[in-house]
Design a protein around this ligand. Structure first.
Ligand code: SF4
Ligand code: SF4
Length: 377
């Protein structure tokens, strides 16, 4: 089961996708919006949208993902979908808060334009919690109608849920609620310490020790054949027993791309990243950033050693050297293959706990945390 699932996930992770933002505006005011600083209320001109779509086509992307802000606010959204189709995209997907989909006529037009899939951000099935997070009264009913219309019009529908202090206790019930409506695919997103999420951190961030048992109830649903769960930026430490849900590490390249300028500035000048500080401990890129900093100081970084409990063939130890032709994506590859290591809860009882750094992420994704055998003190 683990392996079959993994194959499917590897394939999906390797698929080339072209994201295209079509608005810098939104009709929600989500507590954890990552994008709010980029919102200026404007629409992206269609010429720019087409340029990005063409670029993706040249790079071999078969899937176009239309996003915003809120993409349904763009008056030319239908034309943009049609254009994506004409440019040869085999699959066109849209990320939306679902409110505009409450209008049936609008949904039919999306269908006619050639849209295949909608991903709706629906963070709870409970009205009060939903509107506390969306920041807009009345958004719950509209979004639920939107979901129903999307399902009735035979779109592929998936639901995004940002896990936070308001909804983690009812995550399982939320997924069951949407499953009963006809949803079979969920993407569970971890909070990141940026944008509004950081401003509202006291309302949103939660203790992992307290949340784990509620999250595991929800992850358990992914064991069903007809329900598919993805996770996004969720630390592997939450996923013991659910290793097939650990996000493919290659997805980190998207995060790096979004901050590439800042990383390169840091590498060049040593100037700290603008986000460096209090938020690092909550950040998915914490270990990557720490390694980058160490590399810059020492000018080289060695591969981590396989753990004593997990015998591997001896191979020459890899070293990454810092040169003036530094390439951040080459470094990311080295980081993933040789430095992105994780440990299990059982490691705290192991005599090597203080010395050992765990096992490489892909070993754990494919074989599970069970390969780590705690050694008696
Ligand atoms: S870990 Fe890196 S990317 Fe994350 S907040 Fe800190 S400096 Fe920024
Ligand atoms: S059980 Fe954990 S701490 Fe012990 S050797 Fe294995 S990975 Fe290292």
């Amino acid at each position: 089961m683990l392996k079959n699932n993994l194959k499917l996930r590897e394939k999906a992770a390797e698929e080339k996708r072209q994201w295209v933002r079509i608005t810098r505006a939104c009709n929600n005011d989500c507590l954890f919006c990552l994008d709010q600083e980029a919102h200026n209320g404007k629409l992206v001109p269609i010429t720019e949208v087409v340029r990005v779509l063409k670029q993706g086509g040249k790079e071999g992307a078969a899937r176009a993902i239309i996003s915003g802000g809120e993409p349904t606010l763009h008056p030319q959204v239908f034309e943009i979908i049609r254009k994506a189709r004409q440019l040869g995209y085999k699959h066109v997907q849209m990320i939306s808060n679902g409110r505009m989909l409450a209008y049936e006529n609008f949904v039919q037009k999306l269908k006619e334009a050639g849209l295949d899939e909608v991903t709706l951000s629906l963070h709870s099935h409970k009205k009060n919690d939903f509107e506390k997070m969306s920041g807009v009264k009345g958004s719950y009913l509209q979004a639920m109608r939107g979901l129903k219309n999307a399902l009735d019009n035979n779109f592929i529908v998936s639901v995004d849920i940002v896990i936070n202090k308001i909804n983690y206790k009812t995550l399982k019930e939320t997924m069951i609620f949407f499953e009963k409506m006809g949803v079979s695919e969920f993407d569970l997103l971890h909070l990141v310490p940026f944008g509004s999420a950081w401003k509202n951190k006291d309302q949103l961030f939660f203790s992992s020790a307290e949340a784990k048992k509620y999250l595991h109830r929800a992850f358990q649903l992914g064991k069903r054949k007809n329900l598919f769960i993805w996770t996004n930026r969720l630390p592997a430490a939450y996923l013991e027993g659910f290793e097939e849900l650990i996000q493919h590490p290659i997805k980190m390249s998207g995060e790096i791309k979004g901050m590439e300028r800042n990383f390169l500035e840091f590498v060049k000048s040593g100037k700290k990243m603008p986000c460096f500080g209090e938020r690092c401990e909550f950040c998915f890129l914490h270990d990557f950033c720490a390694d980058l900093s160490e590399l810059r100081d020492k000018k080289f970084l060695e591969a981590k050693l396989a753990p004593p409990c997990f015998v591997q063939k001896k191979a020459p130890k890899k070293v990454f050297k810092f040169t003036k032709n530094f390439d951040i994506y080459e470094f990311l590859k080295f980081f993933i293959d040789h430095r992105y290591f994780i440990k299990s809860t059982g490691c705290s009882n192991c005599k090597y706990d203080q010395l050992c750094q765990g096992a490489q992420i892909n070993e754990i994704r494919s074989k599970g945390f069970k390969i780590l055998k705690s050694i008696k003190k």
